[in-house]
Design a protein around this ligand. Structure first.
Ligand SMILES: Cc1cc2nc3c(=O)[nH]c(=O)nc-3n(C[C@H](O)[C@H](O)[C@H](O)COP(=O)(O)OP(=O)(O)OC[C@H]3O[C@@H](n4cnc5c(N)ncnc54)[C@H](O)[C@@H]3O)c2cc1C
Length: 379
């Protein structure tokens, strides 16, 4: 019998609580309420200057080695910082992917030269990364990807199309999963590459999103040259490296906090809470607390040296469905027709969240696929 998901209850320790207070004080000082437009969790705006300030505080690349600008701090400490940023609706868009997963992937699989080249820029908030996994026809079935990498003198030539690539129009690099050889097992023969977004032959085409924004894109790779020194990890081992990356992508507080600011703003704008509202608030708080405990337990698991792939899948499945339950319950309670033009910030955020929250059950793995990951681990 395989080991199923395992969550061990854990609390924040005194030094961790001190860090939490420090982040709260920083946010109150840097981003006082009313001075910015709160964003919906990790979908918040990209603000490089803000990311640099976090970098200067040592709050990016926190778990990465000090030798490359990191803090050698724990996954739990990173959890604490990101939880506060997300609950505040802070503009985390610029550094989000780099800090959440690209840095750790490079630290785990990159060459010494790659670590020296990329990690300091990730830790300082300078470099932004995109995730180049999905393709037309290869989303859930990622092993079906068709972007090819062909070996040539001194490097590789990449051809294909990536799709739904968040932030590709503004990021510097994309960790790109390609098929580098045909094997009978489709999970073999894949390789990850560090692709410079300004490469010749690379074109980013924006895809308009339901809410009017264009933060995700199609990325066309037409004979893009990538030198040998930018192969990430081992040639042919891209699938397993990519799977490890998903543990970082799926289990964090970003998976249940994107609608938190909507509820908080509702409370700010509501003078009196009746019994029904109080009951709802109690229910939501209990659910948030439960999800938080699961996510926090995943972070502790990483600190114990394990890769909680299954636990992370469970957190994402539960968390992203809960984000939508929150909105449905609120809409039922407040009975307003949310409009992006409303003078109420709560109503504008509610409107935005209704349009975007469903996408969170798709990106990073759909709920059906995550259930399969968990079910297979239980069998
Ligand atoms: C807002 C947003 C941002 C994104 N950002 C990125 C990004 O930055 N980089 C990136 O690489 N990708 C990104 N994605 C892509 C995302 O990872 C894929 O959309 C996702 O993996 C699903 O793939 P798909 O869209 O091809 O749908 P499909 O895989 O075609 O799935 C269609 C439906 O079939 C179901 N299904 C598929 N296979 C199974 C199965 N085996 N069992 C049961 N049900 C199944 C799915 O659950 C889904 O309901 C983003 C997506 C969104 C919506």
């Amino acid at each position: 019998m395989k080991a199923g998901p395992r969550f061990v209850t854990t609390d924040l320790r005194p030094l961790e609580l001190a860090l939490q207070s420090e982040v709260r004080a920083f946010l109150a000082e840097e981003l006082p309420r009313g001075s910015y437009r709160p964003g919906l969790g990790f979908m918040a705006e990209a603000d490089k200057a803000f990311s640099r300030k976090l970098g200067a505080r040592g709050w990016l690349g926190m778990a990465l080695p000090k030798a490359y600008g990191g803090g050698e701090r724990s996954a739990v400490e990173r959890f604490i910082v990101t939880e506060e940023l997300l609950a505040w609706g802070a503009p985390v868009g610029h550094h989000w992917v780099a800090d959440r997963q690209s840095g750790s992937t490079i630290a785990a699989f990159g060459s010494e030269a790659q670590k020296q080249r990329f990690l300091p820029g990730i830790c300082s908030g300078e470099l932004g990364f995109s995730i180049g996994m999905s393709e037309p026809g290869a989303g859930s079935d990622l092993a079906g990807l068709r972007t090819t990498a062909r070996k040539v003198e001194g490097g590789w030539r990449l051809d294909g199309t990536k799709v739904w690539t968040t932030g590709a129009h503004r990021t510097d690099w994309m960790i790109t999963l390609c098929r580098s050889s045909e094997e009978s097992d489709r999970r073999q023969g894949m390789t990850q590459f560090l692709v410079d977004m300004s490469s010749s032959g690379l074109k980013v085409n924006p895809i308009p999103f339901l809410d009017g924004t264009a933060d995700f894109n199609e990325v066309v790779l037409d004979d893009v040259f990538v030198p040998d020194e930018l192969v990430l990890g081992e040639v042919g081992r891209g699938w397993s490296q990519n799977t490890a990356e998903l543990a970082f992508e799926r289990g964090g507080p970003d998976r249940y906090l994107s609608t938190y600011v909507v509820v908080e703003q509702w409370l700010r704008e509501t003078a009196d809470l009746d019994d029904e509202a109080l009951r709802l608030l109690g229910r939501l708080t209990a659910c948030w607390w439960g999800l938080r405990q699961l996510s926090l337990a995943s972070a502790r698991t990483i600190d114990e040296g394990r890769s909680p792939v299954v636990e992370a899948a469970l957190v994402k499945e539960l968390g992203t469905r809960f984000e939508q339950d929150v909105l449905e319950a609120l809409q039922h309670l407040v009975d307003v027709e949310p409009s992006p033009q409303s003078t109420s910030l709560f109503e504008r955020l509610l409107c935005e969240a209704i349009l975007t929250a469903p996408s969170n059950t798709i990106r990073g793995g759909t709920v059906e696929v995550l259930r399969s990951v968990v079910a297979k681990a239980l069998l």
